[in-house]
Ligand binder design. Sequence first.
Ligand code: ZN
Length: 253
Amino acid sequence: MRFIRFQLKDQSARQGWILDDKIGEVEGDFFGEYRRLKAEIPLEDVRLLAPCQPGKIICVGRNYVDHAKELGNEVPTVPLIFMKPPSSVINPGDAVILPPQSRQVEHEAELVAVIGKRGRNITADQSREYIFGYTIGNDITARDLQKSDGQWTRAKGFDTFCPLGPWIDTDFDAADALITCRVSGQPRQMGSTRDMVFSVGTLVAFVSSVMTLEPGDLIFTGTPAGVGPLLDGDEVTVEIEGLGSLNNLVRKG
Ligand code: ZN
């Protein structure tokens, strides 16, 4: 099943589900009690929104060996986590705004696990029960500020630095899926989720040993090699095999 949030012309955001090119409303909350209405709204009549409004966005750095190496870093022996603020989230199709403070804004194509159930001290074996599904994210990063600041809140936290969507797929198998990123048609990143240093289950266990996870919280699982600059006028597309693709524009702030 693929769950979405969407907007009909000039109406408020609502939850739904999508089947091929038709959308149905969801009454209630898909993280809890809900009822699916028939999928009969044509996709072209709606605007797809980021599929959830996370309370927390937890990310992991250097979770693919080739990406750690390309930036001259060691592969961590325990997951290296950081957070992006919920205010950085944008919808599919929205523009990433290049802030005047940075001269080097880069894309990071990532698989994102969406938490569906409140939990703390979850084991890797239990993690499947707590993962509602998967979506696609782009962990936009001001690389120059990441290096100069040392800690990453500013570099990762600008408004528009978290493109998310287009849906949450509850049946997606995260074991071995190809992740690619193209910028204005040119291939940039390519990798498989099987090459993660720490598996999704291990990440859920690690993060939940620190903080309680809540429905709608996101875990960004790291990016493969090939990160590179985004420039005014670019179009950036993250695609994950079997999951879909997330497309965003890039504009100067
Ligand atoms: Zn990242």
